[in-house]
Design a binder for this molecule. Structure first.
Ligand SMILES: NC(=O)c1ccc[n+]([C@@H]2O[C@H](COP(=O)([O-])OP(=O)(O)OC[C@H]3O[C@@H](n4cnc5c(N)ncnc54)[C@H](O)[C@@H]3O)[C@@H](O)[C@H]2O)c1
Length: 153
């Protein structure tokens, strides 16, 4: 399964790391430009370096996980099966992001937002598919909990 993560900040990079560490998932980590997205992946790599130093991971595993994360902008999400949006907590940004993704992603791709406080229904209004809430907790690789929230649509 291919997961597109939109926003490579604190939450997006944690979500990307967690899926990449799970068997059967590939990740496309996106931000407003390729440089920001690559920075998110570099942050994940830095965390892994600390794990290697503590003897909790080996280099081969780290290399394999990092190889499962591609970075770029949302234009490369066309073949993703699941989109998790973790961009800024701003209604207009989220609405615009999903509107653009609606035209980029395949029709069966599932749309999810990591919003903490905005209306799931409003975020998904006017799209050709529903949007769900998929609320991860910080730090994502540590917190074994995700809230899944249905909007009215
Ligand atoms: N930080 C938390 O503890 C936490 C917990 C649960 C949910 N959330 C939610 O997760 C989302 C992200 O929070 P965060 O703390 O990771 O923020 P952050 O500021 O660390 O990261 C946001 C990222 O989104 C990028 N971005 C902004 N506009 C974008 C766009 N149009 N397209 C793609 N990328 C864009 C930014 O460049 C940045 O890299 C928010 O909705 C927030 O409410 C945060």
């Amino acid at each position: 399964m291919k997961v597109g993560v939109i926003g490579a900040g604190t939450m997006g990079s944690g979500i990307a790391q967690t899926f990449a560490q799970t068997e059967g998932y590939e990740v496309v980590l996106c931000d407003i430009n390729a440089e920001f997205a690559a920075r998110g992946k570099a942050k994940i790599a830095k965390g892994f370096e600390r794990m290697i130093a503590k003897g909790k991971m080996d280099q081969a595993t780290v290399d394999a996980v990092l190889a499962k994360i591609t970075t770029g902008t949302k234009d490369i999400c066309g073949d993703c099966d699941l989109i998790i949006e973790a961009a800024l907590e701003n209604m207009e940004i989220k609405k615009q992001t999903f509107k653009e993704l609606d035209g980029i992603c395949k029709p069966e791709a599932i749309f999810a937002t990591n919003t903490s406080s905005l209306s799931i229904t409003e975020i998904g209004a006017g799209l050709n598919r529903p949007v769900i809430g998929m609320h991860f907790f910080n730090p994502v690789p540590v917190m074994k909990l995700v809230e899944v929230i249905a909007g009215l649509n």
